[in-house]
Structure formats: structure tokens, C-alpha cells
Design a protein around this ligand. Structure first.
Ligand SMILES: [Zn+2]
Length: 338
């Protein structure tokens, strides 16, 4: 076992001292899709002492082309990504602590989770969640590493609250043209390069080195690369990182909330407060109507009115096959909430 990290320890900037530091660190990975999987696997193999990974979704066949922690069996049984990731990471490295949380990362759990971590890795696929990470990171002074990829392009930036510009400061410099993996596609190499930049920065910071202030972006297909120093773009009036910061994304919404998941004809419905839904009981109630309702460790799935329902333990429900929020709310009240 002493051999385990020998090559990494031989790398001069890390050394035995750096390796010992990594064993004491706690990294939170938000999102267990392609970027989250790639970062998590590298960090688990590198010997980070504690990894917490949070994700709201479950595994589908279309994930397997690039989400490296998952297998066909996971897709066939619609396993929650966070739980499948936890199991796989523990199998990769049994000497570290890994916790998978099958929930949406929201203002509530963001504040709880961020109090206790040394670093956050962005493995999300949307800016709303990234701004929640950014506000919580700024509030608790936790560094985080932004990463995004679509098609053959990737982008990454390290954010050190109090020192570098934050995501909110740079809002005008970032690509938000609405292209997503569902609409424009993505290839695995773009994921791997983006995750490599994120993990490298994470290892640098956790072993006592300073992180880069450069925004890197690249196209692995077209072989383009750029690196821009954004250090001077810190906004002194920033709503998230200035002395008068309001942390707008940490404000909690009340009542039922809905979100259209990009490009998937899917609407997510969330009850006003998190519940502890008895999935077995709901399955028994729904089965006479739906024909079949299948329960696994964290979710229940069934078909009704040609829509696919996935209900999580906390009451959060994904309804596939609807485009309209009102229709989704009606279906939710009819079949889930009753
Ligand atoms: Zn800022």
C-alpha cells in the first residue's frame, strides 16, 4: 500500500508532504455527470481524504458515452448518479471516505455543505447552479473551480474568493449562448481535458501552491487554445464577492418550484419543502393505475398518460415528455402529491 502514491509523490511539486496534505482534505463535487465523474475519479485515485459528490439525476443510456463512472447495469436500473458514483469511487480507492448525496444542490444544502470543505469542483451543466456554488463559495471563502464543456470545446477557471474575480464579476466574459450537450452534443475528449485542468488546479491548491488566474478555453477537435489573465476584472461592486455582497443566489424560494431541464422535454417539480416520501407506499398506490412502478434505493419510476415520472425520496419529481410547466404541475398534483 505504501507504493500506492509513489509516482505522485515523486512529482516534485507534490512530494510526500503534498501527498500527506491531500489525505487531510475534503473536496465537494457538485454534479456527477461527465465532468463530475472525470474529476471524481482522478481525485479519488490521487488520494483526497474525503470526497462528497452531490447530484440530482439518475443514469440513462445516453450518459454512458462519456460519464466514466457508470455501467450498462446502472443505466438499466436507473440508479441515482450520486449513489452509483459513491460505490464506484469506493471500489477505486477504499482508503478514502466517499459520500454520495442524491439531491439537488440548492441554496439550503449549499450553505451546509460549503461550511465544511476545502475546495469545490463544478461538475454542473447549468449557470443557475454555478451561481449558487459561487455565492456559497464567496460567503464561506471556499475556493472553487469552474468547468464547462459542450461539443469539442471546454473552459475552466479557478476562483479564490477575496482574491480573484468571481463568476459574477466575469458574467459578461463567459459563454452563455444556450448551447447544451443535449442540443449541440459533446465528445468525451472535451470532458477529459476540462476535467484535467480542474483536477490539476485542485491538486495545486490543496498541496499549498497558488492557483492560476487565467481563464483557459480550448477546442480539442479544432486544436485551438487560449489562456486569458482575468485577475484585473474583479468588480468592486460585485453582488457576490464585494464587501457589500448580497449573495443573491442563496435566497430561498418558497412554495412549489419548477424547472425546465434543458433540451430533454423534462420538467422538474419540487415541493415547497423537502419531504421524506415513502416510495414503496407511493408505488403501491400508483401501480394499479400505471401497471408497473419500480423502486430503487432513492427513486421511484413509472409511466402515466404517456409521460415518464421519476420521484425522488425528497419529493422532487422529474416528468419526461412534457414541455409545459403548467402541464407538469397538474400531473404532479394528480399522481405524486395525492
Ligand atoms: Zn465577484
Amino acid at each position: 500500500m505504501a507504493e500506492r502514491y509513489s509516482r505522485q509523490e515523486r512529482f516534485a511539486p507534490i512530494g510526500k508532504e503534498g501527498q500527506a496534505l491531500l489525505a487531510e482534505k475534503h473536496v465537494l463535487i457538485v454534479g456527477a455527470g461527465a465532468l463530475g465523474s472525470a474529476n471524481a475519479e482522478m481525485l479519488a485515485r490521487a488520494g483526497i481524504g474525503r470526497i462528497t459528490i452531490i447530484d440530482r439525476d439518475y443514469i440513462e443510456w445516453s450518459n454512458l458515452a462519456r460519464q466514466q463512472l457508470y455501467t450498462e447495469e446502472d443505466a438499466a436500473s436507473s440508479r441515482a448518479k450520486a449513489k452509483a458514483a459513491e460505490a464506484r469511487l469506493k471500489a477505486i480507492n477504499s482508503t478514502i471516505e466517499v459520500v454520495g448525496i442524491a439531491e439537488e444542490f440548492d441554496p439550503e444544502n449549499a450553505e451546509l455543505l460549503l461550511k465544511d470543505v476545502d475546495m469545490v469542483i463544478d461538475g454542473t451543466d447549468n449557470f443557475n447552479t454555478r451561481f449558487i456554488i459561487n455565492d456559497a463559495a464567496c460567503k464561506y471563502k471556499v475556493p472553487w473551480i469552474y468547468g464547462g464543456c459542450v461539443k469539442s470545446d471546454g473552459i475552466s477557471l479557478s476562483i479564490l474568493p477575496g482574491q480573484t474575480p468571481c463568476l459574477q464579476c466575469l458574467i459578461d466574459q463567459l459563454p452563455q449562448d444556450g448551447e447544451t450537450c443535449e442540443t449541440a452534443g459533446i465528445i468525451g475528449p472535451a470532458v477529459q481535458v476540462t476535467a484535467a485542468y480542474q483536477t490539476a488546479e485542485c491538486l495545486k491548491f490543496l498541496t499549498g501552491h497558488s492557483m492560476s488566474t487565467h481563464l483557459v478555453s480550448f477546442d480539442v477537435w479544432g486544436r485551438q487554445y487560449s489562456s486569458i489573465d482575468v485577475a484585473k476584472l474583479k468588480d468592486p461592486q460585485c453582488a457576490s464577492c464585494s464587501a457589500e455582497a448580497q449573495f443573491p443566489y442563496l435566497k430561498k424560494e418558497k412554495g412549489i418550484r419548477t424547472a425546465v431541464l434543458c433540451g430533454r422535454d423534462t420538467v422538474q417539480v419540487r415541493p415547497g419543502r423537502k419531504e421524506n416520501v415513502n416510495l414503496e407506499r407511493l408505488a403501491q398506490r400508483i401501480e394499479p393505475l400505471a401497471g408497473e412502478a419500480r423502486v430503487n434505493e432513492v427513486l421511484l419510476r413509472f409511466h402515466m398518460e404517456e409521460k415518464r415520472f421519476v420521484v425522488f425520496k425528497d419529493g422532487r419529481t422529474l416528468i419526461h415528455g412534457v414541455e409545459d410547466v403548467q402541464e407538469a404541475k397538474k400531473l404532479y398534483h394528480r399522481y405524486v402529491e395525492a
